[in-house]
Design a protein around this ligand. Structure first.
Ligand code: ATP
Length: 475
């Protein structure tokens, strides 16, 4: 079963979309004797700066066609449809020749080589090079091609020509790299409508979303009223319906009324799985990688200009990131002093109501944070920042130190002098120091997340379950 993988065919301004190009490749292959058995939509590192939008690559698992023919069809189709005139578009194809009946999801059949699986895992959390993708592809006898003028990407720049081969190789390796999969039913517009406003009946979207929830998720954002499944970008997608069951996704898509759907396809995908996160420890985090991090809130949350909410979180010697795995991904020494380091967690303005959850944190709360780590330049030196996607409250501070009240008259005592506690001048009563007074908290233990309209494609919605504490899903 050859695997035909493509990436980097679209342009932010000119539209197009790698899933659409792949769908056209699939249609051409199916016009011959080939059978398209599966379509994978693989999301890669969301921190990669040169992505167009969601950093996606697509792999088709096909049978009844040889790898050479499949590669030819892929290249021809990309030449026809890719937005290769955009100098930032750099299409690439990788075709892996598989045993006739070997299903890449069947490890006892014809397994994906471990080096290719490892490349796919790293593509979610690192920045990789075309040279490495080409080397691995050749080592395993995969066909590969850079498509477009001078191989795309900035004309003759060898280092990035056919950059799509990075994502394409990762998409080949994905079945052996990830074990959590979801579905997306993508419906496409008629091509000559692209660039015009999408005609989709909002009421039917909300009705369909309600009927499909919770198996089908992130279709709408009920609080903001946004039809999240309908993109704003100029490409050919009319709507994309995501969920845990392909039939349920298709049923929701079919309930949506609007302009004609030219074609539709269901993808198996690592969207909504948190495949980009790994356990990490404050003070020991890489730039441009996603983490789950345990820590303790170390300052009052602050709302900055633009509405972004910042909160400082300190590493915690005893804190072990969720997953059961201990500490940093590289297993470095816990005694390196980094435990004292701080991280600035940020909930950006577009995360909307999620910011209220972050603002409700108080110093001393114990939390687990999830998001992408970025080292940001700051006047006072580089700052370790986590772009928050979700967090868990592990332990809430429930009391605050307060000046004691007099047990006789009920009025606040006054200080009896430095280090000498408090006393009531009228009644003569005294107390050794401040007392713990219960405080109202607007948070409960458990997981909180950004709303559907602010969710990254790869981030796992709480409604999917499997979290280690009560979840407070947004919908
Ligand atoms: P769309 O999903 O709409 O097609 P996109 O957001 O996926 O757009 P692309 O145009 O595909 O963006 O650009 C992403 C580019 O980054 C591709 O060339 C891909 O090969 C490359 N890439 C993906 N993951 C990595 C990585 N981990 N390191 C370096 N490059 C990567």
């Amino acid at each position: 079963m050859p695997i035909v993988a493509v990436d980097d065919t679209d342009s932010r301004e000119r539209g197009m979309c790698t899933t659409y190009v792949a769908t056209r490749i699939a249609a051409r292959l199916a016009d011959g004797d080939a059978r398209v058995r599966r379509r994978l939509l693989v999301r890669l590192n969301p921190a990669v700066k040169h992505k167009t939008r969601g950093n996606a690559a697509v792999a088709l698992h096909v049978s009844g066609v040889d790898a050479e023919r499949a590669a030819t069809v892929a290249v021809e189709t990309i030449e026809e449809f890719a937005a290769a005139a955009d100098p930032r578009t750099s299409p690439g194809v990788v075709v892996a020749d598989r045993d006739a009946d070997g299903d890449p999801f069947d490890p006892t059949g014809a397994p994906i080589p471990e080096a290719v699986a490892a490349f796919a895992r790293r593509a979610l959390r690192e920045r990789l090079s075309v040279a490495e993708a080409v080397e691995i592809a050749e080592e395993h006898g995969f066909r590969h091609a850079a498509v477009g003028p001078a191989g795309g990407a900035d004309g003759a720049d060898e280092a990035v020509a056919g950059r799509g081969r990075i994502g394409a190789l990762a998409a080949v390796g994905a079945p052996a790299a990830f074990d959590d999969w979801t579905f997306e039913r993508i419906s496409y517009r008629e091509l000559d409508r692209c660039g015009t406003p999408r005609e989709v009946d909002a009421e039917s979207v909300f009705d369909a979303a309600a009927a499909g929830y919770p198996t089908v998720w992130d279709t709408v954002d009920r609080e903001t009223g946004a039809a999240v499944c309908v993109p704003n970008a100029p490409g050919p997608i009319l709507h994309g319906i995501r969920g845990d069951d392909p039939a349920a996704c298709r049923a929701v898509a079919e309930r949506i009324e609007g302009e004609p759907v030219e074609r539709a396809a269901t993808f198996l995908t690592n969207q909504g799985t948190d495949a980009h996160l790994a356990p990490g420890r404050i003070g020991d985090l890489r730039d441009g990688a996603g983490y789950r991090i345990a820590g303790t809130v170390a300052g009052e949350p602050e709302t900055k200009r633009g509405g972004h909410v910042h909160v400082d979180v300190a590493g915690d010697r005893a804190a072990v990131a969720v997953d059961g795995a201990s500490g940093a991904e590289d297993g470095s020494d816990a005694e390196n002093g980094a435990d004292a380091d701080r991280l600035r967690a940020v909930a950006f303005a577009p995360t909307g109501r999620f910011r209220d959850r972050v603002r409700a944190l108080r110093p001393g709360d114990r939390v687990t944070l999830c998001g992408e780590h970025e080292v940001r330049p700051d006047a006072a030196g580089p700052e370790s920042t986590l772009k928050l996607e979700k967090f868990a409250v592990r332990d809430l501070v429930r009391t605050a130190p307060a000046v004691p009240t007099c047990p006789d008259c009920g009025r606040s005592m006054s200080s009896a002098g430095s280090g000498q506690g408090y006393r009531c001048r009228d009644c003569g009563t005294s107390a050794p120091g401040k007392v713990a007074e219960p405080i109202e908290r607007d948070l409960e233990p458990g997981w909180y997340e950004v709303p559907p309209s602010a969710r990254r494609h790869v981030a796992k919605p709480l409604v999917r379950g499997g979290f280690d504490a009560p979840a407070h899903p947004e919908r």
